[in-house]
Design a protein around this ligand. Structure first.
Ligand code: ADP
Length: 158
């Protein structure tokens, strides 16, 4: 069975993340969207909120399951018997970071392959950090995020 994980902060999940899930879910028998939590990062939405929001958005996509995770990504992949890790690349600026993570993962877990997948052009500038900044200052982010995320952002900043 081909299983993949798509790990990230998803703080919050954007249309760019959603697009990756919709495009790649069909290429695997099972795709886990892994909402990671790191004590070194500060988030707008709590871990539980990010998991719940991702579940809300992705409930309609066949073959996808949302799970929370704290710890090494490769340990998560092993737990769910995934042989692939998906990561998105929006522009060359993402590449350095993704390149070092991918090679670190390969060194630690050679049996797991990392797939760097390209953002669709219409989402290639969409970033959770920018979405939060615009929403925090009262801007309209409805074209960047799915409806449940928009509602959650409006509640956060109301
Ligand atoms: P992280 O904090 O782990 O980078 P993110 O939630 O920001 O988590 O992103 C998760 C993954 O999705 C990363 O590989 C990131 O490059 C990718 N990604 C982020 N935004 C987009 C987008 N608009 N289109 C495609 N991939 C994206």
């Amino acid at each position: 069975m081909s299983v993949a994980i798509y790990p990230g902060s998803f703080d919050p999940l954007t249309n760019g993340h959603f697009d990756i899930v919709k495009r790649f879910a069909g290429h695997f028998e099972k795709l886990y969207l892994v909402v990671a939590n790191s004590s070194k990062k500060s988030y707008l939405f709590s871990h539980d909120e990010r998991v719940a929001l991702a579940k809300d958005v992705l409930s309609s996509v066949d073959g996808v399951e949302v799970v929370g995770w704290q710890g090494l990504t490769i340990d998560c992949a092993r737990k769910y018997k995934a042989t692939a890790i998906l990561r998105g690349v929006r522009a060359i600026s993402d590449f350095d970071y993704e390149f070092s993570i991918a090679h670190t993962h390969t060194q630690l877990a050679p049996e797991i392959e990392t797939f760097l997948v390209l953002a669709s052009p219409q989402h290639s500038f969409v970033a959770s950090n920018l979405v939060k900044e615009v929403a925090r200052n009262g801007g309209d982010v409805s074209s960047f995020v799915p409806k449940p995320i928009l509602t959650a952002l409006n509640q956060k900043f109301s």
